[in-house]
Structure formats: structure tokens, C-alpha cells
Design a protein around this ligand. Structure first.
Ligand SMILES: Cc1ncc(C[n+]2csc(CCOP(=O)(O)OP(=O)(O)O)c2C)c(N)n1
Ligand SMILES: [Mg+2]
Length: 495
């Protein structure tokens, strides 16, 4: 490593000018910084930096030729750009201290200081939250946002109502014992629908589990949702997963996988493959605040940053990971600030403001694809329902807190107020929609309940091309057990 010092502001400015001339590529900056240093007394303007410089820094692995020849693909150039040493130097020389001394370090220069001072654990100000609509659904005049057409706005609103209705009916179906489990998205309808609206179906979704609205937006039918929850023969998972583990090949929506945060590194891999194929698409992956506490989250962000993968991380920070409040999960300013730590561009957005979510995601998608980079979005929201049907959230949080978010901060009625103010939606439209969705769902449940269950043999297929001997053994054992205890076995499942 080479350490070089500059004594005056003049030299710093001189260097900065040189860097401007040679561009932002990391390899040129490291080459130039050393060769310029050798000549700085003469104040020459070297237009070209060549590796013939005698500086020891030129023989390191960041020599552009070395990097390209080490790489089997064309991505090496993009990787070199990622270091953005030029930008780092800009901020270094903004300082007014005349005694600036700089440590040239792989990846960019670092200013030296003689002051023994630790960085504070709390920033001076918390990161602000982007909003377009106020709590009353009024447009905030100063907000920057793209116009949303009547057609798009109504599709968004209709989808939110459909999601809400599906949640109500499936929740009740679980309470009636007709399905074994359910999990609502109450309070998070705007994140679900508005983010979905900002993508195209060629973008690949890797969900956590509280994002069925994204699948709904893409055209998964109420019958398809119902078939999954009832685990019948038409369920794409062949009844082998708990309810709410939806997935659709056709709609580019990976099947929900309950182990928290496993989808995040996988999303980066999927995004990297889109990059390799030169696709005009990105990956979006969703997760909760709890998901962000997993190691996989950190691994994913770092991989995404260094691979420059076109992936959008959408964190639904809803305050709770089942009964664990965010105060027991982190001491920093939420999730958004972690982006910068990994070199990932990030934004905090009001997750209960559909227009803000739509605009932030739309912009994120554009940057992710055109600049081939990951983006982190932290959407602030609140889970107004229980975690799932296996949970009673009043056991660990005050009822008035839930009520405040459920009533005063409801994302659906907030969006509705805006749509109504535009003259696009009436009371009649509302009741007509609600009753037709309800009818469609009740019918879907009847159909799903009557449908055949997948046969027992399906339980052992689809993991291995040739099932292993222990699987055969388990199947034989299961069939014997059923024969011995026929009454304990559900009669509707074909043996
Ligand atoms: C690896 C792993 N650990 C624990 C669990 C149990 N678990 C299921 S959901 C959940 C909380 C997740 O919270 P969050 O990511 O904030 O999502 P939310 O439910 O709030 O939408 C936990 C701990 C799990 N499914 N996987
Ligand atoms: Mg949560």
C-alpha cells in the first residue's frame, strides 16, 4: 500500500482537476493519483495517465488490463466503476482544513486526522420519510411525484379492496376450521399494491409472506389463492405447504418460503442472472423488519452492492416481528441507514401512502435497471392485524396503538379519499365492488372445498429426480400406518 501526503489545498485542487480529466474509472484514479503526486510541484496537467509511471501503486491488481483479463465476462468494467473514487475525493477535498493529509487506500483515498474521535452511534437527524399524500389523503403541494392516471389509480384501489376482502374472508374461514392457517396483510395494502403497480410482470418477485397483493396485481385469480389455502389438487404446491405459501411460475413470483430472509440472497442471485442475460428487468424482494435482523439480509445487501445486481429490496418495517418490537431489533435509525453502510442507494418512504410507495418504487426500478445497481427501500407501516391466526397481538401491544393505526392511519381509506376527491369513485362503486369480490370469494371457497385433494404419493415427489431409498421406506411406513389407523386419516385424501 502506498501512503502519500499532500501539504496544501492547492495541491488538493490540482489533484482534483487531474481526476476530473481522467474520468471516474477507479483504475485511472489510482494510477493518476500517484503519478500526479510525483509531478505536483510542476503543476503539469497530464491528460493521460499511463501505467509506465514508476509509482509502486501501478503494479497492483487494479491495473485495468489485469482486471479485465481475470474476468470471464464484460462485468469487470461495471465493477470498476462501482468504487467511484472520484466522488470520494470530492468529499475529501471539501474540507477547509489546510493540513489535509490523505491515506491512499485500495478503493479510494481517506483523509487522515490527528484527532482521536469516534463516530457517534446516533446521527444528528433521522432519515426523513418521503410522502405524497397527507394523513387525510390530500396531495402535499410541494411533493415531487409522477401523475397517476385515473385508470391506474382505480386499478390500485380495486386491488386494495380485493386484498382486504380476501383477508377478511380467509381469516374467517380459518376461524371456522375450514383452513388450517391464515395471515392477513391488514395495514400493508398500500405497500403491496402500489409497489406491485410500479413493476412489470417480467420483473421477478421473491416475497416474504405478507405480500399476496403483488401476486393479485399480476393476475393470480381468487380461485388460485383459494386453491392454495385449501390445499386441493389445483394448488401448484400440491397441498404440501401451509396456506398462504403462494407461488406462480407464470407470473414470475417465487413461492413463499417461511424461513425468514432466505429469499434475500436468492434474490441477488436471480438479479445477477438477469444482469448476465442483459434483461430489461429487475428483481424485487420483500421482507419485514424482522427479516432485516437476519444474517441473510446483510449478506444479500453486500453481495448486491459488489455484484451491482439490479435488485430492489423492499423492507416493510411494520414495527413488529411477531411479538418482538423494533426496539429489541436495532438501535440505529431503522433499516434505511444500512444501505449506505453497504454502498446501496436507499430511501425511506411512508408505506401507508400509496402514491409515495408507487413513486419511490417506480424511480427505484428505473435506476436499478438503467444503472444496474441495487436499491433499498424502507417503507414505514404498521401491521394492524395479528401476526397470523396463531397469534394474539393484544398480548404484547396496547390496543389503542393498534386502533390508532387501524383507523387514523389506514392506507386504504387514505388513498380512497384522494381517489374520491378526484371524482373517480362513488359510494355505489364501493359497495358494488365489495359485494362482487365477496361473492366471487365465497364461490371460490365452495369450488376449492369440493375439489379433490392431491394423492398421498405426491408427498414424496418433486424433490429428487429419483426418490431416495429412505423416501420409499417412509412412504411404505406411512401407508402401513394409515391401514392400521384408518380413522385418524382424512378420508378425502386419495391414498
Ligand atoms: C429463520 C426463521 N426464524 C424464525 C421464524 C419464525 N418467524 C415467523 S414470522 C417471524 C417474524 C418476522 O417478522 P417480520 O420480518 O418483521 O415480518 P412481519 O411478520 O412483521 O411482516 C418469525 C420470527 C421463521 N419463520 N424463520
Ligand atoms: Mg415486521
Amino acid at each position: 500500500m502506498v501512503l502519500w501526503l499532500t501539504r496544501s489545498r492547492n495541491v488538493a485542487h490540482h489533484l482534483k482537476r487531474k481526476w476530473d480529466l481522467v474520468g471516474v474509472l477507479n483504475h485511472s484514479s489510482s494510477l493518476c493519483s500517484s503519478s500526479l503526486h510525483q509531478h505536483h510541484h510542476h503543476h503539469h496537467h497530464h491528460r493521460h495517465c499511463s501505467s509506465s509511471s514508476t509509482s509502486p501503486i501501478t503494479n497492483n491488481s487494479r491495473d485495468p488490463d489485469t482486471v479485465s483479463s481475470n474476468s470471464a465476462s464484460g462485468f469487470s468494467i461495471r465493477r470498476l466503476e462501482s468504487t467511484k473514487a472520484q466522488q470520494q475525493l470530492d468529499s475529501v477535498y471539501d474540507d477547509h482544513d489546510d493540513e489535509n493529509q490523505v491515506l491512499d487506500f485500495p478503493g479510494g483515498s481517506v483523509m487522515l486526522t490527528s484527532e482521536l474521535r469516534f463516530i457517534s452511534e446516533t446521527p444528528e437527524k433521522r432519515i426523513k420519510c418521503y410522502r405524497v399524500l397527507d394523513d387525510d389523503g390530500q396531495l402535499i403541494m410541494s411533493s415531487s411525484f409522477q401523475e397517476v392516471s385515473k385508470e391506474l389509480a382505480l386499478k390500485m384501489y380495486r386491488n386494495m379492496i380485493t386484498l382486504q376482502t380476501m383477508d377478511t374472508i380467509f381469516y374467517e374461514a380459518q376461524r371456522q376450521g375450514r383452513i388450517s392457517f391464515y395471515l392477513t396483510s391488514n395495514g400493508e395494502e398500500a405497500i403491496n399494491i402500489a409497489s406491485a403497480a410500479a413493476f412489470t410482470t417480467s420483473d421477478v418477485v421473491l416475497p416474504q409472506y405478507r405480500e399476496p397483493g403483488v401476486l393479485l396485481w399480476r393476475g393470480f385469480t381468487l380461485q388460485e389463492f383459494t386453491n392454495q389455502c385449501f390445499g386441493n389438487k389445483s394448488d401448484y404446491g400440491k397441498g404440501r405447504q401451509m396456506p398462504i405459501h403462494y407461488g406462480s411460475n407464470k407470473l414470475n413470483y417465487f413461492t413463499v418460503s417461511s424461513p425468514i430472509a432466505t429469499q434475500l440472497p436468492q434474490a441477488v442471485g436471480a438479479a445477477y442472472s438477469l444482469k448476465m442475460d442483459g434483461k430489461d428487468a429487475c428483481v424485487v424482494t420483500y421482507f419485514g423488519d424482522g427479516g432485516a435482523s437476519e444474517g441473510d439480509f446483510h449478506a444479500a445487501l453486500n453481495f448486491a452492492a459488489v455484484l451491482e445486481a439490479p435488485v430492489i429490496f423492499i423492507c416493510r418495517n411494520n414495527g413488529w416481528a411477531i411479538s418482538t418490537p423494533t426496539s429489541e431489533q436495532y438501535r440505529g435509525d431503522g433499516i434505511v441507514v444500512r444501505g449506505q453502510a453497504y454502498g446501496v442507494r436507499s430511501i425511506r418512504v411512508d408505506g401507508n401512502d400509496a402514491l409515495a410507495v408507487y413513486n419511490a418504487v417506480k424511480e427505484a426500478r428505473k435506476m436499478a435497471i438503467s444503472e444496474q445497481r441495487p436499491i433499498l427501500i424502507e417503507a414505514l407501516t404498521y401491521r394492524t392485524g395479528h401476526h397470523s391466526t396463531s397469534d394474539d397481538s393484544t398480548k404484547y401491544r396496547p390496543v389503542n396503538e393498534i386502533e390508532h393505526w387501524r383507523v387514523a392511519r389506514d392506507p386504504v381509506s387514505r388513498f380512497k379519499k384522494w381517489v374520491e376527491r378526484n371524482g373517480w369513485w362513488t359510494h355505489e362503486d364501493e359497495s358494488e365492488l365489495r359485494s362482487s369480490v365477496r361473492k366471487e370469494l365465497l364461490n371460490a371457497i365452495q369450488v376449492a372445498e369440493k375439489a379433490e385433494k392431491p394423492p398421498l404419493s405426491d408427498m414424496f415427489t418433486d424433490v429428487y429426480d429419483h426418490p431416495s431409498s429412505n423416501l420409499f421406506e417412509q412412504e411404505r411406513f406411512l401407508r402401513e400406518t394409515i391401514k392400521r389407523h384408518p380413522l385418524d386419516y382424512p378420508p378425502e385424501v386419495p391414498v
